[in-house]
Ligand binder design. Structure first.
Ligand code: NAD
Ligand code: 44H
Length: 383
């Protein structure tokens, strides 16, 4: 069987990419640091994906094994693989890079001329390219030349809502029916592997931004406004009429910038927003505000789902007030169990609001910082 290694046996690793790889005939080696999950996967050697939507169905995934991320056997597994995926979170990519680098070095030692493609399935702009930069930090000039020839790092956009759901067996996972995995065709090394459900595209940036700056923008604003109002689930928050209308307007605001930037058809983009709004209302798959709002420092970064669409809209002279409020809401978010939430609040407290927001978002325009401050103060009175 063809072999794939998947870093991250979490929700997306098992519930999305693992499912596509399995249905395409791959044997999957999951690499994770969660020992309980590793043990469970090695015992069951597979799992079930419950597709929870108006119509429910199941997918059985077989031919699965698992290794700890620090296990040296992982180097051999990657050396034998055709595909490597990650779904670990953007901040973890530098931690998995050394192992991928060792496997590339091993492939070179063995004079292997088969291709390996490494795809980082993270919510970020060009995550595979970011991973490649980390991997290359661990390679010599000679190894880099080998990697340039035989190893690909195609970027992708990954879309399927997979919340943490407690199933009877911890290996099983619950997902929505919708999925879209758009991968940059031209960036593959060698022949493109056949993965049923992988959508090969040429204009990847348009796909990444369409997804990250529509679904994830709306999702984040739903979570942060919901948190201010004391909602625990995304569904409760999105059913609040004021939040619902606000989030739709925020996605439309971001969308107007995307239409200008990427030349999207406005009607098709409006339909895309409506489809996302319907996905947020999926009562068959309850999601939580703290998952969607997690890692607010990452979400407040200049390249991410709040600030980037704001700057795009502003740059085109389009309205951006909803996005300003979304940033204000993110700055209000507190969750003592989320290290990034703690760090955001510490940054604001130690640097002062304006300097702190500037550090977090990269925004230097004093007028814009003042607008964010006003939105933040108004939201603070509600929390
Ligand atoms: N869940 C979703 O709806 C969704 C959808 C699209 C994209 N994503 C993206 O997918 C990525 C993963 O998200 P998730 O929801 O699956 O998170 P998750 O927390 O369910 O899974 C992450 C997994 O990575 C593992 N991990 C942590 N450090 C590791 C390491 N050093 N080596 C190997 N594994 C390690 C964790 O133990 C965990 O099992 C994120 O970048 C997220 O933005 C998530
Ligand atoms: O994974 P994050 O933290 O970047 O964002 C949280 C959610 O918005 C996200 O996981 C969505 O569920 C997902 O992007 C849907 O495709």
């Amino acid at each position: 069987m063809k072999q794939a290694v998947m870093f991250g046996a979490g929700n997306i690793g098992r519930g999305f990419i693992g499912g596509l790889l399995a249905q395409s005939g791959y044997e999957i080696v999951f690499a994770d640091v969660n020992q309980a999950m590793l043990d469970a996967l090695n015992e069951t050697k597979g799992y079930t994906i419950f597709v929870c939507d108006t119509v429910c169905s199941e997918q059985t995934v077989e031919h699965v094994s698992a290794l700890h991320s620090a296990d040296s056997a992982l180097v051999d597994a990657i050396a034998d693989a055709e595909l490597v995926g990650t779904a670990v979170g953007l901040g973890i990519l530098p931690r998995v890079a050394p192992t991928i680098a060792k496997a590339i070095a091993k492939r070179q030692e063995l004079a292997m001329t088969s291709n390996l493609n490494v795809i980082a399935c993270e919510n970020a702009i060009r995550a595979s390219s970011q991973l490649k930069a980390s991997v290359y930090e661990h390679l010599s000039a000679d190894q880099k030349a080998y990697a340039d020839q035989y190893i690909g790092f195609p970027d992708c956009a990954v879309d399927r809502i997979v919340p943490p759901v407690t199933n009877e067996r911890m290996v099983d996972v619950s997902v929505e029916a919708f999925y879209e995995w758009s991968v940059e065709q031209s960036a593959f090394a060698g022949e493109v592997p056949t993965v049923e459900g992988m959508h090969l595209v040429d204009d990847l940036m348009a796909y990444i931004e369409r997804k990250l700056f529509t679904l994830n923008t709306g999702h984040a604003v739903t979570a942060y406004l919901g948190s201010i109002k004391g909602y625990e689930t995304l569904q409760e928050s999105f059913k609040d009429p004021a939040i619902n209308a606000f989030v739709r307007d925020t996605m439309a605001e971001s969308g107007a910038g995307l239409v200008q930037k990427h030349g999207f058809d406005p009607a098709a983009h409006a339909a895309y927003i409506e489809k996302i709004a319907a996905r947020f209302q999926n009562d068959y798959l309850v999601d939580v505000v703290d998952r969607v709002g997690r890692s607010p420092k990452r979400k407040l970064a200049s390249t991410d789902r709040l600030v980037s669409p704001l700057m795009t809209a502003k740059g085109f002279g389009l309205p951006y007030q909803h996005l300003v409020v979304g940033i204000g809401a993110a700055l209000c978010y507190t969750n003592g169990e989320d290290p990034e939430s703690v760090e955001v609040q510490e940054t604001l407290a130690t640097q002062g609001f304006m300097a702190g927001v500037s550090t977090l978002t990269g925004i230097e325009d004093a007028g814009l910082l003042n607008e964010i401050y006003s939105a933040y103060l108004a939201l603070k009175t509600l929390s």
